[in-house]
Design a binder for this molecule. Structure first.
Ligand SMILES: *Cc1c(COP(=O)(O)O)cnc(C)c1O
Length: 380
């Protein structure tokens, strides 16, 4: 077995071209020749399978130590295809701090299909145990939450889930397989918005799901092929290319985030920092045990009375935009942008104040990022 970084650069060869091309070609063919009517062909139609997509799918399955991977046209499509393995009458336990779009799929779509959901604080395993009902089938959560970086133990949840015959489904977008491999910690399905760290360049919308065993993989494959939200060959190639540099990008995200946290700690305008790398919290304890790093997202609160809008509009190098996990640094105000769909009451309950800022730390020179944050703070 080769090491993780080698696996990032070299996926499984597809052995499907005679040109000697180092990279898997982008196959823009929707259909494939049958040598004869009865032939058993590997590829017949590109929704069902495509060599460029297949390369990516095999690679992410390897990186996550899963049985089989699937690439979708977005992270949301991956989430939809995974949740669609359940049936009317099933009950799922979900983390109460999950991605807004996931809440929307659950509330506006799956509830119509009579799937029930209970939202709990997944950091508290007793809350999970208490939410289990006879028809409960799975626990779904994000191991690092957005935007407050609360950390859930994948091993802990998986243990409770297994004891109760439930599947464990983890959205691993914030960490990527470089920093955490949920299947190794006991989960059954891993999901990614590959739009973020896996592709890493803010130039593609993509999703991934990886299943640990064949039974689950077959169900997800049925949904991928039948519902059809597959990733295009060009976009599969972009994600493939992004993955080759995942570890070098992540290393820089991590070291930059660490220095930015130290800078923020030195500034009186910042009254609270949310970053699991800071010792002294349960989040830190779990992350130190189950992840190989604390990620590249840092959230923080400006002191009352400081104009948070002016602050995020005042950075020059760091762009004001939603999304995260790319080479360039992005800043945003969750209450106005990523989490604007929540009512003011829900925002308060979730800890999303008007002073909360989320920073996706990029891979630029960290001194330039710190200078940029400093000049915007100085103008408040
Ligand atoms: C962005 C994101 C998603 C949704 O992915 P899309 O590619 O935007 O559809 C799901 N989960 C998390 C944690 C995300 O950050």
């Amino acid at each position: 077995m080769t090491g993780f970084n080698t696996k990032l650069v070299h996926g499984e060869p597809q052995n499907d071209n005679n040109t000697g091309a180092v990279n898997v070609p982008v196959y823009n063919s929707s259909t494939y020749i049958y040598p004869s009517v009865d032939a058993k062909v590997k590829y017949d139609y590109a929704r069902s399978g495509n060599p460029t997509r297949n390369y990516l799918e095999e690679q992410v399955a390897q990186l996550e130590n899963g049985y089989r991977g699937f690439a979708f046209s977005s992270g949301s499509a991956a989430i939809h295809a995974v949740l669609a393995i359940f049936k009317p009458g099933d009950h799922l336990i979900i983390g109460k701090e999950i991605y807004g779009g996931t809440f929307r799929i659950i509330n506006e779509f799956f509830k119509r299909w009579q799937i029930e959901f209970t939202a709990v604080d997944t950091q508290n395993l007793d809350e999970i145990r208490q939410a289990i009902k006879p028809n409960t089938k799975a626990v779904y959560f994000e191991s690092f939450t957005n935007p407050l970086l609360h950390v859930t133990s994948v091993a802990g949840v998986s243990k409770v889930a297994k004891a109760n015959n439930l599947l464990t489904i983890v959205d691993n977008t914030f960490l990527s397989p470089y920093l955490q491999r949920p299947l190794d910690l006991g989960a059954d399905i891993v999901i990614h918005s590959a739009t973020k760290y896996l592709s890493g360049h803010s130039d593609v919308i993509a999703g991934i799901a990886v299943a640990k065993d064949k039974d689950i993989a077959d169900k997800i494959y049925f949904n991928q092929n039948a519902i059809g939200s597959t990733l295009s060959p060009e976009d599969s190639n972009l994600v493939r290319r992004g993955i080759q540099t995942l570890s070098v990008r992540m290393d820089r995200h991590l070291s930059n985030a660490k220095k930015i946290v130290e800078f923020l700690q030195s500034r009186p305008e910042i009254i609270k920092i949310y970053y699991p790398g800071i010792a002294g919290s349960k989040d830190h304890e779990i992350a130190a045990k189950e992840a190989d790093g604390f990620g590249g997202i840092v959230s923080f609160e400006l002191a009352d009375g400081l104009d948070s809008t002016k602050f995020v509009e005042g950075t020059k190098l760091i762009q004001l935009a939603v999304s995260l996990g790319a080479v360039e640094s992005l800043i945003e105000l969750p209450y106005k942008m990523t989490h604007a769909e929540l009512s003011p009451e829900e925002q308060l309950k979730a800890g999303i104040t008007h002073q909360l800022v989320r920073l996706s730390v990029g891979i630029e020179d960290v001194n330039d990022l710190i200078d940029d944050l400093a000049q915007s703070l100085d103008r408040l």
